[in-house]
Design a protein around this ligand. Structure first.
Ligand code: OSB
Ligand code: MG
Length: 367
């Protein structure tokens, strides 16, 4: 019993293709891996904070600080192996959900390995394969976007999400719909619009979109509610959903009809499960968002997405869509009809490759 050690690694992995959203273009992913070692077993977690605070205020540097100076010392001092106890105890520290989630995920993986069960069975998952979607960034030209969509559809992806921003929205949606009339299509604005853009956003009703994700900034539940009342297209919230409480407020206000769950953004699996269960009671479908994770973070997402109220295709794609060499074996693959089967091996059910981690590592610290 008790931990042998906890380790943090900061890594950099280049993307196979740049990724551009309403807040900018990136060519590589910087992130933190957490490993907790106990009784000869290793639990793995991933911190999805990025190097620059564009998606949220956290960065790899703030997360490293919060983990090193508060969360890991607390966990080691009191030998907190139970992820639910970790969640309770970590809640005294304000904010920093991605840092908390990274360590909580590692504790869940360790706990599931100790029980000899894959994580989805520990969570009460019911789906043995999950539908894969693909999120495609803003490209240099609409033609390039159409070509990329065509390639992903050939691979089997069950729906396509494109990023939009003012100036890359109506015309692009029209071109995509023209070429792919029947495909499941959704758009994500990453908060790039303002309430004055309401008419422009409402005009997206013309394109039979599965949803419009996060048109306004995270704090602005009220204007999302005003917009949702005027639009036929369901609004989905991503950045605004921080906890079960903000989820309840958003649903009560009518700010969205669909919820995107990201474990990092909400501070871990315990909070993610609470949001899932609340949305299920309210008949609001959820789906699993992504943060361009390595295979370790993506494996965690796959297990969570097995729960019964995850009812729409996810931002969970094959390893090769993101990285030339992912960090895990076997890599994530999609079936010809666009599903990802749930692993049966204990914990995350995939094996992190130490040589690839060391190749991508920038800094490492042992506690
Ligand atoms: O808004 O969903 C988002 C990636 C980084 C930050 C925010 C978002 C995204 C994605 C990528 O859309 C989803 C994926 O991991 O495939
Ligand atoms: Mg999003």
């Amino acid at each position: 019993m008790g931990f042998d050690r906890i380790e943090l690694t900061l890594l950099k992995l280049p993307y196979v293709h740049y990724f551009e959203t309403s807040f900018g273009r990136e060519y590589e992913r910087t992130f933190i891996l957490v490993r907790v070692c106990s009784d000869g077993l290793v639990g793995w977690g991933e911190v999805v904070a990025a190097q620059i605070p564009l998606y949220s205020y956290e960065t790899t540097t703030t997360a490293w600080h919060i983990l090193s100076d508060f969360l890991i010392p607390m966990t080691l001092e009191d030998s907190i192996e139970d992820p639910r106890e970790f969640h309770r105890r970590a809640s005294k520290y304000k904010g920093h959900p991605m840092a908390k989630a990274g360590l909580e995920l590692a504790l869940w993986d360790l706990a599931a390995k100790k029980q000899g069960l894959p994580l989805w069975k520990v969570y009460g998952g019911t789906q043995t394969a999950i539908p894969a979607g693909v999120s495609i960034g803003i490209q240099d030209t609409p033609e390039e976007l159409l070509d990329r969509i065509g390639l992903f559809l050939e691979e089997g992806y069950r729906r396509v999400k494109i990023k939009i921003k003012p100036g890359w929205d109506r015309d692009v949606c029209a071109a995509v719909r023209d070429r792919f009339p029947a495909m499941l299509l959704q758009v994500d604005a990453n908060g790039g619009y303002r309430p004055a853009d309401e008419d422009r956003l409402c005009s997206l009703d013309d394109f039979n979109l599965q949803m419009l994700e996060q048109p306004f900034p995270p704090y602005d539940l009220w204007d999302h509610s005003r917009l949702q009342k005027k639009m036929r297209t369901p609004v989905c919230l991503d950045e605004s959903i921080l906890s079960q409480t903000t989820t309840r407020q958003a649903i009560e206000m009518g700010s969205c009809r669909i919820v995107n769950i990201k474990v990092g953004r909400v501070g871990g699996i315990v909070e993610g499960l609470a949001i899932h269960d609340f949305c299920r009671e309210q008949n609001v479908p959820v789906w699993c968002g992504g943060m361009l994770e390595s295979g370790i973070g993506r494996a965690h997402n796959i297990h969570l997405a097995s729960l019964p109220n995850f009812l729409l295709p996810h931002d969970i794609s094959a390893s090769r869509r993101y990285y030339n060499q992912d960090l895990i074996e076997p890599e994530v693959k999609i079936t010809g009809d666009g599903f990802i089967p749930l692993p049966e091996a204990p914990g995350i059910g995939v094996v992190p490759q130490e040589d690839r981690i060391q190749k991508a590592a920038v800094t490492q610290k042992t506690f």
